[in-house]
Design a protein around this ligand. Structure first.
Ligand SMILES: C[S@@+](CC[C@H](N)C(=O)[O-])C[C@H]1O[C@@H](n2cnc3c(N)ncnc32)[C@H](O)[C@@H]1O
Length: 191
């Protein structure tokens, strides 16, 4: 997580679908973390184990924007999108956009189908409890209309018992890369 979520001290992270809160273990000191999940049981476990370092609340995608949580540098949805139908993914992206700072990013890591997937990995991907495992382009087609600057990469997860293919989706609401590279141009006459 640390490689894909470069959260420096002072950064704020909102983890949607945080489960029992294990992502807290990867946080650098000084990073503020708020996690939410629809499971009361997971939130209780998270509070017991990490409540001294992070805040948690029970809440589901679709009811998050009404919360007064402030703005975040990163919104995480790790292993969550493949449990959500298309409308719910769009809603999660809108909620992420609501909470992200102008240059903040939604980071997601999801199992995915690949055309070149070896049979064993395809088999284990099919066993996933999520009912909406997608191809990378399908994840992107849902995220991009809401958070237009989308980058993806894929990784093979082999350090767990079951080999699977995952994709990392990083999405921002503003075309920051263009802005950072000098767009829009500055004219001498002040236009
Ligand atoms: C595979 S677990 C991932 C947990 C955690 N993100 C992690 O990285 O370990 C998926 C989590 O998404 C949560 N979830 C599923 N649908 C949700 C929804 N509509 N709103 C909030 N959380 C949801 C589940 O309760 C579960 O904890």
């Amino acid at each position: 997580m640390t490689a894909n979520v470069p959260a420096a001290p002072g950064s704020r992270i909102f983890d949607i679908g945080c489960g029992p809160g294990t992502n807290v273990e990867h946080l650098a000191t000084g990073v503020e973390y708020i996690g939410c999940d629809l499971s009361r049981r997971y939130i209780d476990l998270a509070e017991q184990k990490y409540g001294d370092r992070a805040k948690f609340f029970c809440g589901a995608v679709g009811e998050l924007s009404t919360r007064d949580l402030g703005e975040f540098d990163f919104v995480l949805a790790i292993g969550v999108l493949h449990h959500l139908n298309d409308d719910e993914v769009r809603t999660l992206c809108k909620e992420a956009g609501h909470f992200l700072k102008h240059d903040g990013a939604l980071i997601s890591l999801e199992p995915c189908w690949r055309t070149d997937q070896p049979p064993m990995e395809r088999f284990f991907t099919a066993l996933d409890r999520g009912e909406h495992v997608r191809r990378v382009v399908e994840y992107v087609s849902l995220v991009k209309p809401v958070l237009p600057e989308v980058e993806t990469s894929t990784m093979d997860v082999r350090d767990v018992r079951l080999p699977t293919n995952c994709c990392i989706i990083k999405a921002r609401k503003e075309l920051t890369a263009l802005v950072e590279s000098g767009y829009p141009p500055q004219y001498d006459d002040g236009r």
